[in-house]
Design a protein around this ligand. Structure first.
Ligand code: WT7
Length: 658
């Protein structure tokens, strides 16, 4: 792994100075504090004995079919087990038990489709659908431990599929619908998925957008592991059909029995794999297991969002293709018996007030979204949300990237009526659940900072050598002790798991983020310190996009950087050297952007591609992305004295002026 600090430049220099002088604080109102689910005493209690604290939370929040007697086992680091001798069924916890407790009529999901169609599922109805899906998948030969690739839009069938897999002990692997056929194929192959669940397609900005063709393309070559493809009819587009392999959701799930008994699975039974970009080309299959993951997901959802399940309406806007859509759409809200909103489309369709219309319609009380969306709303203007009744909102969450203080203040004032606490939540695909966030009834919140480790979570900021840095100083974010929802490994690659996360600092989990303690002891996240970019809260690897570019016959070499972008946080900027035979014109830029879209997915398309004669390299041949970032962000180029050829930056500047 390289330790180029390019990523940390995200909020460096002046911005960092501002961060450190932030002195605005917002105390929770007396009323909010008095009714808060979690009170201040939680920290001391949790940190006195973390494994005991998590065991207590697990017993309180979950129903174990076989109670555990052990909490954490860390005798073989970095491989942890939690609640190892217990047995639990995730779907039973999310569904059946609420029905058994007499809450079957409570709404679980208010679904709002992109064209405006709606569906409501009560807990009783959702339980029935999941039982049918579990029976249907079993009838297709799916068994405990088998892998299921899920390539679906944000529709209730996504949640139903995930919970049906969990119910029978099959391991889901969701592939975001915005990823290409190639990306889907490599994920299907890596996990050796037996079943694929997809849809004909979805809708994007009023138009049909297809999914099934990508599945067909991913499975075009023989030798793959997939025996069946279950297809949800969503947008009604014609689809290609492979007899014997493809089955309609309605014909299998729709006709299946609604009787299905959930049995407990071992606490450490794998629940899901979710692929995420790392510093090398190949995405990592992050593995999560059951008991610990559910415990921390459920606890953090209650504590950070102050969830009162009888009265709150929760809306997490994340797609199920990302970890946020796993932990805070599929699992935690249902485990906690909440009512939630699920929305298929984008914020600007059919108009820029769509989110606020949904908040008003369903009386959303807790909204959880990403800074990139907030910055977009700011750009559109506050007169748009002003047209809607947002008075139901009592808490706002942020996730995915650092939220700049200005966006934080806007969010609080315009959406939160100057009153709703804001919880900025730091976590990762790997951490499974929230790790750093204020407790809204306890913490005095501070614009731009994720602030405090959750009760029971041991976060630290350390220097190059792994020593804790004092308040007022920056370094690398680490986690010093295992936590319940931590990843259990990388699918099929234990060595990569150890190398990536546990080898940089002895005995500590290294997150890949730069961070700083301020003078009050609050944590500020400063962006990635590795070759991972964050575009609109989506993780992209510079290396992966470089590989995609170089796989095009016109490209000789490529270097990619994440350049600061007002709306998306970072934007992908690519520098390419063309092969002698290729012609440099506007077409080549379009061709290369589309090529990346095909190789990885539309979200990875570079915003800018600059054709250059050379790339800046050190004597050992490492590309100095820091210098390219200076160019991409329009700054004066920094120290280039370690370049093998220090005329290169002048050549690049001259070629870009030409
Ligand atoms: C990376 C993880 C957590 C679910 C969505 C992203 C960045 C995430 C914050 C935040 C600053 C944040 C980090 C992290 N990140 N939340 N509140 N403040 N940075 O999950 O795709 O695994 O990405 O997102 O850089 O390492 P992910």
């Amino acid at each position: 792994m390289s330790f180029d600090t390019t990523g940390a430049d995200n909020q460096s220099g002046d911005a960092l100075e501002n961060l450190l002088t932030e002195n605005r604080h917002f105390e929770p109102s007396a009323e909010f504090a008095a009714n808060a689910i979690v009170q201040a005493g939680e920290y001391a209690k949790a940190n006195a004995d973390r494994p005991a604290f998590w065991a207590e939370k697990s017993r309180e929040l979950l129903s174990w079919s076989k109670p555990f007697t052990k909490s954490l086992d860390w005798s073989n680091p970095p491989f942890a087990t939690w609640f190892e001798d217990g047995e639990i069924n995730a779907a039973y916890n999310a569904l059946d038990r609420h029905v058994e407790a007499g809450n079957g009529d409570r709404v679980a999901i208010h679904f709002e489709g992109e064209p405006g169609d709606t569906r409501t599922y009560t807990y009783a109805q959702l339980t029935e659908e999941v039982k049918k899906a579990a029976n249907a998948f079993e009838s297709l030969g799916l068994a405990k431990g088998d892998r299921v690739a899920v390539y679906l839009p944000m529709i209730p069938e996504a949640v139903i599929t995930l919970l049906a897999c969990a119910r029978i002990g099959a391991i889901h692997s969701v592939v975001f619908g915005g990823f290409s056929a190639d990306a889907l194929r490599s994920r299907i192959d890596d996990a050796e998925a037996k079943l694929v669940v997809t849809a004909d397609g979805t809708f994007r900005r009023g138009k049909p957008s297809s999914l099934k063709p990508a599945v067909d393309e991913a499975l075009a070559n023989p030798g793959h592991s997939v025996t069946n493809v279950v297809v949800v009819k969503r947008n009604g587009e014609d689809v290609n059909w492979v007899e014997g392999r493809d089955v309609w959701w309605d014909d299998t799930v729709g006709t299946a029995s609604a009787e299905h008994t959930a049995v407990g699975h071992a606490s450490e039974h794998p629940l899901f794999i979710l692929y995420t970009s790392g510093t090398t080309g190949k995405p990592k299959g992050i593995l999560h297991t059951t008991g610990g993951y559910l415990t921390q997901a459920a606890y953090t959802h209650r504590a950070v969002f102050d969830l009162h399940p009888e009265t709150d309406v929760f809306w997490c806007t994340a797609d199920v293709g990302w970890v946020t859509g796993h932990s805070y759409v599929t699992y935690a809200p249902l485990i906690n018996g909440a009512t939630q909103v699920m929305y298929e489309g984008t914020p600007d369709s059919p108009h820029q007030g769509r989110f606020w219309e949904i908040v008003e319609k369903y009386k959303v009380s807790i909204l959880y979204t990403a800074p990139t969306a907030i910055r977009t709303f700011m750009k559109w203007g506050e007169d748009i949300p002003a047209k809607y009744d947002l008075s139901s909102i009592r808490l706002l969450g942020s996730v995915g990237e650092p939220i700049n203080p200005e966006a934080w203040m806007w969010y609080r004032r315009v959406i939160g009526g100057n009153n709703a606490p804001i919880v900025d939540t730091w976590w990762q695909t790997e951490t499974g659940a929230i790790m750093i966030a204020p407790l809204p009834g306890v913490t005095s919140t501070k614009p731009g900072s994720a602030q405090v480790p959750m009760p029971g979570i041991a976060v630290d900021v350390v220097d190059e050598l792994g020593a804790s840095v004092p308040h007022g100083h920056g370094g690398y974010l680490v986690i010093r002790e295992p936590w319940p929802s931590m990843l259990r490994g990388i699918w099929g690659d234990n060595d990569r798991y150890k190398d990536t996360y546990w080898s940089r600092f002895d005995g500590m989990y290294f997150a890949g983020d730069g961070a700083k303690w301020d003078e009050d002891g609050d944590v500020w996240l400063l962006g990635r310190v590795d070759d991972v970019m964050n575009v609109s809260g989506h993780r992209l690897s510079t290396t992966e996009i470089e590989s995609a570019l170089v796989s095009h016959p016109s490209v000789a070499e490529a270097a990619v950087v994440g350049a600061a972008d007002e709306t998306t946080g970072q934007a992908v900027v690519a520098f390419v050297i063309l092969r002698g035979s290729a012609v440099e014109d506007a077409d080549i830029v379009t061709t290369l952007r589309n090529h990346v879209g095909r190789e990885i997915g539309p979200i990875a398309k570079p915003k800018t591609i600059l054709v250059v004669p050379e790339l800046p390299k050190t004597r050992s041949g490492k590309i100095m992305r820091r210098l390219l970032k200076d160019v991409a962000e329009g700054r004066e180029v920094g120290d280039s004295s370690t370049l093998a050829d220090n005329t290169v930056m002048n050549q690049i500047a001259a070629s870009l002026k030409a």
